[in-house]
Ligand binder design. Structure first.
Ligand code: ADP
Length: 425
């Protein structure tokens, strides 16, 4: 790592020249490690986005993150992965030059003027999975999958961005820090503190993004790690050891009271049977049994009608800075968990299952993805232009968040789990 870093630093004469190549334009935004601004590449005439990362003034980790990003991105050339055009130090900052992207998937999802047809959703998910499959084939995890890291180019192609947290995961002994995901997209194994994880964490996050495309709002909006697991279990049922044998051995495992899941159909009333089947496979608890990105791409959801919309025809919000329609996401963060008083001893609390069909767990039947769904509803049965947006509140009851509670938890566990912010993001 340091080797490649020096190589970039050494060539300062060339970097000056390279820096002269870009005409700086307006600020696009501020990210975790620095600002991103728009620029014109005078050599190609193309618009680019330059991420400026301060060098040397921050703790070592920042530089390593940048270097990791450079190294990985150079190896990851794919139509669904953002292209790193150039990287150079200039005036004490490391500059990463990316192809300019007009929008991102979060902007698409939150633009209420946009209707997403089943074919549109299929297309966005397919591009997401294609980008991920390419990463996974190269033994790289993205690890920070969320809609605002899925950028959209002028030609409609969706591209995975922000590999600042990704890392090669080839070595079996490798340990990872697990608090790196935006919580809502975090897989249960991460929430239970696993130290070794694989591509399944990206598949889970892609499942959350799929759900968000269908629902037009973040699917599982936990306000702490404990609440996040509660939301997951309320949606898919508390996992039993036979479903996920390693679960009970995970470092932060705590027992939750058993709740049975509502039917998937009730969560995604407008989705096709194929979509529900894919969702159930992307949200499989045991990471070893979870569908891979490649398998997901081969799922019949992608070959059944309607076909994925061609990228150029996808609905998009106006390019950055021109949107008049954006409304802030209603994140409902106010209805977060009722924080339990820090428990001194093991405690048992009961299930509050309000929110799923307004019923108790006993009346909720396990959703076989192919049952109950009237044929002809959803993508395969209705017009390809049928909007998939639904009012989740009516179905999911977000106003009173469903929270299966912990059966047992000790003080240190809770303290750790209430550490709300992930380490890097
Ligand atoms: P974070 O680190 O929080 O994920 P980034 O540093 O990636 O944020 O991005 C900061 C801002 O710059 C965001 O508003 C993002 O949309 C914008 N941005 C990042 N990369 C590009 C790009 N290639 N083209 C256009 N805008 C971009």
């Amino acid at each position: 790592m340091t080797g490649s870093f020096s190589a970039v630093e050494e060539d300062s004469s060339q970097s000056k020249l390279v820096a002269d190549r870009y005409l700086k334009r307006e600020l696009l935004g501020e990210g975790t490690y620095g600002v991103v601004f728009k620029a014109i590449d005078t050599k190609s005439g193309k618009t680019v986005a330059i991420k400026r990362i301060r060098l040397g003034k921050h703790k070592e980790g920042v530089n390593f993150t940048a270097l990791r990003e450079i190294k990985l991105l150079k190896e990851l050339k794919d139509p669904n992965i953002i292209e790193l055009i150039d990287a150079f130090p200039y005036k004490g900052n490391l500059h990463l030059v990316f192809e300019f992207m007009e929008s991102d998937l979060e902007a698409v999802i939150r633009d209420r003027n946009i209707v997403l047809s089943p074919g549109d959703i299929k297309s966005y998910l397919q591009m997401t999975l294609k980008g991920l499959a390419h990463c996974h084939k190269k033994w790289v995890l993205h690890r920070d999958m969320k809609p605002n890291n899925l950028l959209i180019a002028a030609d409609g192609q969706l591209k995975l961005a922000d590999f600042g947290l990704a890392r090669i995961f080839g070595s079996p002994d490798r340990r990872f820090t697990h608090q790196v995901f935006a919580r809502w997209y975090r897989a249960p194994e991460l929430l239970f503190g696993t130290k070794q994880y694989g591509p399944g964490v990206d598949v889970w996050a892609a499942g959350c993004i799929f759900a968000e495309l269908l629902l037009r709002r973040p699917f599982l909006q936990g306000s702490s790690d404990i609440d996040q697991l509660g939301k997951i279990f309320a949606a898919f049922g508390t996992p039993k050891p036979f479903q996920w044998p390693e679960m009970v051995y995970l470092p932060d495992y705590v027992e939750y009271q058993y709740v049975s899941p509502p039917s998937l159909r009730s969560l995604f009333p407008m989705a096709s049977d194929d979509a529900l089947d894919l969702i159930s496979k992307m949200f499989t608890y045991d990471p070893k049994a979870r569908i891979s990105t490649q398998q997901a791409l081969e799922h019949r959801y992608f070959t059944s009608i309607p076909a994925p919309t061609k990228p150029a025809l996808l609905p998009r919000p106006p390019p950055k800075g021109e949107s008049l329609n954006e409304k802030p996401l209603d994140l409902n963060l106010d209805c977060g968990p009722v924080v339990l008083s820090p428990p001194r001893k093991l405690r048992r609390v009961t299930v509050n299952h309000v929110g799923f069909e307004g019923d108790t767990q006993n009346n909720i039947v396990r959703g076989d993805v192919n049952d109950k769904a009237p044929r002809g509803v959803g993508e395969s049965g209705l017009s390809g232009l049928m909007p998939m947006s639904i009012d989740l509140e009516a179905v999911f009851g977000y106003t009173s968040a469903p929270r299966p509670k912990l059966n047992s938890v000790d003080r240190s566990h809770l303290k750790r789990k209430l550490d709300l912010e992930p380490e890097f993001k």
